[in-house]
Design a protein around this ligand. Sequence first.
Ligand code: KPL
Length: 301
Amino acid sequence: MNIVVFGAGSVGSLVGGLLARERSNDVTLVGRDPHVSAIQRSGLEIRGELEASTAPAATTDGRHLEGDLAIVTVKSFDTVAAARTLATGSFDAVLSLQNGLGNEATIETHLECPILAGTASYGAMLVEPGLVECTGIGEVVLGPRDGGKSRRADEVGALFDSAGLETTVDEEMPRRLWEKLAVNTGINPVTALTRTDNAAVLEDEARPLARAAVRETARTARATGISLSNREALAALESVASDTAANTSSMHQDVLAGQRTEIDSLNGYVVDQSAKVGVETPMNHSLTSLVRTWERGQGLR
Ligand code: KPL
């Protein structure tokens, strides 16, 4: 299969590298230097809980590419730019494997092919250019963005499975996306603000904060018609946090790198949606304000 992974960050590099192990796959990673130059020079190394040495093609120019599948793994605030660039090429299908809600709708406004939604709860870290570490075996869940079954989703599920990624094809993606959003609203800002690994949200001090955010997100999901109980959302939090206990969450990685975070499409999104449906979300509100305050202090907003 001819695959373009748009966004060679930690998750994009992990997924792209694993897919490139299969001889039947032709993978191109679209990313930034110095990571792209390092891959062009000496290939991509995966270490940690999964190990592989692969040699995908890599480029900093994502224009005019073609393929059977484009996998979008950029930060949610870069989705519009990614979709516009992908629209200069041609793809049979696009899979969004990003944090936050609304990415698929954004992609759909620029591309005409079928759009699949996905979530990835693998722990991954870009250690240095050309080297990604898998810090936790999670799961990829994917399916048609509005739910239901599709042959294409089954094919992409089989592709991921054969690359060694734990994958579930789900007929209820809208619910899955909200469940993953709930997990991220608990883990990401708490670990970023306290500079801790994901395990912190299982421990006494931070646990109530993460759980309160997750409960509010589940409540907001229900008010928008999604069937996600507090118990299910909290169980997902516990399970992802223990599977990725040693992981530095993506928001914590952004803070360490002095980069803009995805707060607007995680807790900020919950705050906006909850206001529309009349649900109170004070913990999400506080976490959003704290992370935005940090971003402002860094001159990132
Ligand atoms: O999605 C993640 C992230 O860091 O953004 C989790 C699953 C929390 C893994 O760290």
